[in-house]
Design a protein around this ligand. Structure first.
Ligand SMILES: Cc1cc2nc3c(=O)[nH]c(=O)nc-3n(C[C@H](O)[C@H](O)[C@H](O)COP(=O)(O)OP(=O)(O)OC[C@H]3O[C@@H](n4cnc5c(N)ncnc54)[C@H](O)[C@@H]3O)c2cc1C
Length: 342
């Protein structure tokens, strides 16, 4: 009930840091500053929900690690990832989002309002929580791979495949995602090598069949990447090692990782339903999680599309879902108060 008493004095009470180290209370807390978080902020701020947004360890999200973004609608000439995210941020700020630097390090979602700890110190209580913490692609951990990130090394074929049109590329992995990425690239590139460390794929039977039937995909079995080769212009090839120890090079200009993603959802693990990888489960067609008042948007709940535009779309949905849920709860609280008075 405390939650809804607070709602009676929304204007004064929201987003005000209380004195004496007491916990701050906000109406809508958004965790994450990628396309999902900022879009949720734009919608929530325009709905007068005075959102507070924490940027996390990567302000602007994954797109700040890339150069050209050519598939986000509204930028006919393309745009640099960091510039695009700066635009998102400015738009969220324009409507009054309180954007703060800080990392959510713990969560207590056992009762409402929900409590999030920032940087192991500050505690914030939120009536509605929007989780937009994204998912991080897994890399092999090679120094050369790091060196050529954005210069031929990519973890997103849908995002970067077009830049390698009619060229030879390699995909690392043997699961469904790798098969999917290889097939996508096969439609754009001249030749696709699939580098797999075992002698059979882990992908589903149907995906395997599609890969085997693709004329320009060649699977390099029992092979591990030793080094990504390149020069000042980017990737030129990959050095591989067979299980026998023999090393050989292939010539490619693109090197795509497809060995999985890790959703940034660990701190919510005790409370929210997730799949085996850690993607937060939402009710189909909405951003509602299994806890009322907790919404998930963007890559943290999407193992399939993982695009800026889909993340932004679900950020919009999360803000609308939060706004409707809060309005509903406020109405219920008012009705209960009226009944009590009568
Ligand atoms: C190299 C690269 C190139 C790409 N190119 C394209 C492209 O051309 N077009 C396209 O559509 N998509 C592209 N993508 C995919 C796109 O970037 C993602 O789909 C999109 O950014 C997902 O948005 P998001 O808001 O869900 O999460 P993210 O962008 O991942 O943002 C997550 C945010 O959450 C924050 N965060 C995480 N944990 C915490 C925490 N505990 N506390 C507080 N904050 C936290 C992070 O700091 C970050 O701000 C690319 C991805 C990569 C890696």
């Amino acid at each position: 009930m405390a939650l809804f008493k607070k709602m009676d004095n929304l204007e004064e009470e929201q987003n005000t840091e209380q004195l004496n180290g007491e916990t701050e209370h906000v109406k809508v807390l958004i965790v994450g500053s990628g396309p999902a978080g900022y879009t949720a902020a734009i919608y929530a701020a325009r709905a007068n929900l005075q959102p507070v947004l924490y940027e996390g360890m990567e302000p602007g999200g994954q797109l700040t690690t890339t150069t050209d973004v050519e598939n986000y609608p509204g930028y006919p000439q393309g745009i640099q990832g960091p510039d695009m995210m700066e635009d998102f941020k400015k738009q969220a700020e324009r409507f009054g989002t309180d954007i703060r630097f800080g990392l959510a390090t713990a969560a207590d979602l056992s009762q409402r309002p929900y409590t999030i700890t920032i940087d192991d110190k500050k505690k914030i209580q939120a009536d509605a929580l929007i989780i937009a913490t994204g998912a991080s692609a897994k890399y092999l951990g090679l120094e050369s791979e790091d060196q050529f990130k954005g210069m031929g090394v990519s973890a997103c074929a849908t995002c970067d495949g077009f830049f390698y049109k009619n060229q030879d590329v390699a995909v690392v992995g043997g699961g469904d995602s790798a098969a999917e990425e290889a097939l996508y690239l096969a439609g754009i590139c001249n030749k696709v090598y699939m580098i797999h460390r075992r002698d059979q794929l882990r992908a589903s039977q149907i995906m395997q069949e599609r890969v085997f039937q693709s004329e320009n995909i060649e699977i390099l079995w029992n092979a591990q990447t030793k080094e990504v080769l390149g020069d000042e212009n980017g990737v030129t090839g990959v050095r591989l090692q067979k299980t026998t120890g023999e090393e050989y090079d292939i010539s490619v200009t693109g090197f795509f990782l497809a060995i999985g993603h890790k959703p940034n959802s660990d701190i919510f693990r005790d409370y929210l339903e997730m799949d085996e990888t850690g993607y937060i489960k939402t009710t189909p067609g909405s951003t509602h999680t299994n806890l009322e008042g907790v919404f998930a948007a963007g890559d943290v709940q999407d193992s399939i599309y993982r695009q800026a535009v889909t993340a932004a779309g679900s950020g919009c949905k999360a803000a609308l879902d939060a706004e409707r849920w809060l309005a509903e709860k406020e109405f219920e609280a008012k009705k209960a108060a009226q009944k009590e008075e009568a």
